[in-house]
Design a protein around this ligand. Structure first.
Ligand SMILES: [Ca+2]
Ligand SMILES: [Ca+2]
Ligand SMILES: [Ca+2]
Length: 209
């Protein structure tokens, strides 16, 4: 049972009920091979949202994702051209951890704050995350921010969370079609626009022949 004692998250959850994020462009590049225990060459994704569908930036918001798997070591590098740092800006990653073939609210999400911290979180049906009230701990991400470029996240799994089992989404990646959900949430988004302060998209990628 998740508890949300912090007023900020209550407000966030309510506001996110109206979430709408429209992926205007998806460019999927995949040149895949998987051998033995699993070596997957880098997969690259580019998602973009126009200035009227988000208020992360006044211009087009671009989220890029690159990931590769070397046996059980899954590495992701994401960029997000947000314009202002906030420790609670977060990158959310959801794989089909319950292996039912699609992304759902029972899949385990990874909510990665810009200050390199994390806690357990929950994926809501509106597409964003809520975080538990647990004490934050260092996460699997290393984040840099440059005002001219935005964020770069480098995330390395498996990640040995404070309680077993470890976060190891590589176990959820199988040969064939896989589903994934990605979120970027701008905690200090501009209040000048009515569009959403975060974006998300669910997409699929193929591994193997
Ligand atoms: Ca912003
Ligand atoms: Ca921000
Ligand atoms: Ca699932």
């Amino acid at each position: 049972m998740l508890k949300f004692g912090i007023e900020k998250w209550k407000i966030l959850s309510i506001s996110l009920m109206f979430a709408l994020a429209v992926s205007l462009g998806i460019n999927v590049y995949s040149a895949l091979s998987r051998q033995g225990m699993g070596v997957v060459a880098p997969l690259e994704f580019v998602f973009s949202w126009g200035p009227n569908s988000q208020r992360i930036v006044n211009a087009t918001f671009v989220l890029t994702l690159k990931m590769w798997l070397d046996n059980q070591n899954l590495t992701l590098v994401a960029t997000a051209n947000d314009n202002e740092y906030d420790e609670f800006d977060y990158l959310g990653l959801v794989f089909d951890t319950n292996q039912n073939g699609y992304i759902d609210t029972n899949d385990e999400p990874y909510g990665l704050w810009a200050d390199n911290m994390t806690v357990a979180s929950h994926l809501w049906s509106h597409g964003f995350l809520s975080f538990t009230q647990s004490k934050p701990i260092s996460g699997p991400q290393k984040v840099t921010f440059e005002s001219s470029l935005g964020y770069t996240y480098r995330v390395e799994f498996p990640y040995y969370y404070y309680g077993p089992p470890p976060w190891d989404p590589s176990l959820s990646i199988k040969n064939g079609t896989n589903s994934m959900h990605v979120i970027f949430y701008d905690d200090n988004a501009s209040s000048m626009f009515s569009a959403m302060e975060g974006v998300f998209t669910t997409f699929s990628f193929n591994v193997g022949g």
